[in-house]
Design a protein around this ligand. Structure first.
Ligand code: SF4
Length: 356
């Protein structure tokens, strides 16, 4: 079997959360599910994640702080040489003292949601008054204990005109990375004011310009065609300036593994298809041999314009969105405005970068 690139792993430790944000995309619940992985199973899951040698591990929720074993799990992850990022919510349990304890128990990074630079707009987007202030306070507490911070932003019609303002705020807050989530229309997310493909392309232009001067990294989630956009723009910069700016890395093209709170494995929290369950099969086996991962690794399975696209080795589109919108895992990602062949026609001496 060909050796696989080190994947990026996201682990939904729980769906329990004290907040009840509007349009919650993860199906958060007030209480922990009795079907959640137990503490013992969570230890075994950490062993399985360590065995797969991920290039990144993000532990998310719900709110992982709703699990009383969170500190011992972080400590165990550290002892297994993992460096997890923890996605937290700005709930009453997130105090300065909690953040300090998380850091002492092995947390490497904290991620938190911020959808607008305007307090009223962020609070309105989440449906909770005062959340903006609590979020900025948590970021500042993390800075006082030298804990790097990532910010997660859900990109919709409500905030796409203020991406530059938000970027300035993130620069002031000295965050390490900005993760921009492009919604997949499932569950409550169906009610979000979603961008269309042309508007998404406009946001890519804004992000690309921000990436050239920002102090933080930018990552898109469920929008892999940002890689196609960046390659197109970098090829233009190469033609004009003599060298691309090198913002794309192999990490941007890594396979994604998602483990749910009940141990189901998929490629995304937004794809309701399972490749297996870590309760019954090793994660390495699921990743290497399951039908889901193997079929997604074969570009010949793609359909529509994604099947003809010269960027499919670095993109393939959001399979979760294709499935949510069409019911076909391999259909075209409807959020991509690109017409295959346009890049080669416009820049005949430049070819797309092959990333394997
Ligand atoms: S057509 Fe498909 S493979 Fe090509 S850039 Fe768009 S989403 Fe990616």
């Amino acid at each position: 079997m060909e050796s696989l690139q080190s994947p990026v792993v996201t682990w939904e430790l729980t769906r329990a959360c004290r907040l009840s944000c509007l349009h919650c995309s993860v199906g958060a619940q007030a209480k922990r599910s009795p079907l959640e992985l137990s503490t013992y199973e969570a230890y075994k899951t950490i062993d399985q994640i360590a065995a797969i040698r991920p290039q990144e591990l993000t532990i998310t929720g719900g709110d992982p702080l709703e699990r009383s074993d969170i500190y011992q799990l972080l400590d165990y992850a550290r002892r297994r040489a993992l460096a997890p990022t923890l996605t937290v919510t700005a709930s009453p349990s997130l105090s300065g003292s909690t953040i300090g304890t998380l850091k002492r128990n092995g947390l490497s990074r904290m991620a938190i949601a911020l959808d607008s630079a305007k307090p009223s707009q962020h609070d309105a987007a989440r449906g909770i008054t005062g959340l903006f202030g609590s979020t900025l306070l948590a970021i500042r507490w993390a800075r006082t204990v030298a804990l790097p911070v990532e910010v997660n932003t859900l990109v919709t019609r409500a905030n796409f005109a203020e991406l530059n303002t938000l970027a300035s705020l993130l620069g002031d807050l000295a965050v390490e990375r900005w993760n921009l989530f492009y919604p997949v229309p499932i569950g409550e997310s169906k009610h979000l004011p979603m961008l269309n493909a042309d508007e998404t392309e406009q946001t890519f232009g804004v992000l690309w310009e921000i990436s050239r001067k920002a102090s933080f990294k930018i990552r898109t989630v469920e929008a892999p065609h940002y890689r196609r956009y960046a390659i197109q723009r970098e090829a233009g910069a190469h033609t004009l300036n003599g060298a691309p700016n090198g913002k794309l890395t192999a990490n941007d093209c890594a396979e994604q593994i998602f483990i749910s709170h009940t141990g189901e494995v998929s490629i995304s929290p937004f794809l309701p298809l399972t490749a297996g369950n870590v309760r019954y099969q090793p994660l390495t086996t699921i990743h290497q041999r399951s039908d889901l991962f193997m079929s997604l690794r074969n570009p010949a399975n793609l359909k529509g314009k994604c099947s003809r696209c010269e960027f499919r080795s670095v993109c393939t589109g959001s399979r979760a969105r294709a499935f949510a919108v069409t019911g076909d895992l391999f259909a075209t990602d409807p959020l991509c405005a690109y017409q295959p062949g346009a890049f080669a026609a416009a820049t005949p001496i430049l070819q797309p970068v092959e990333v394997t």
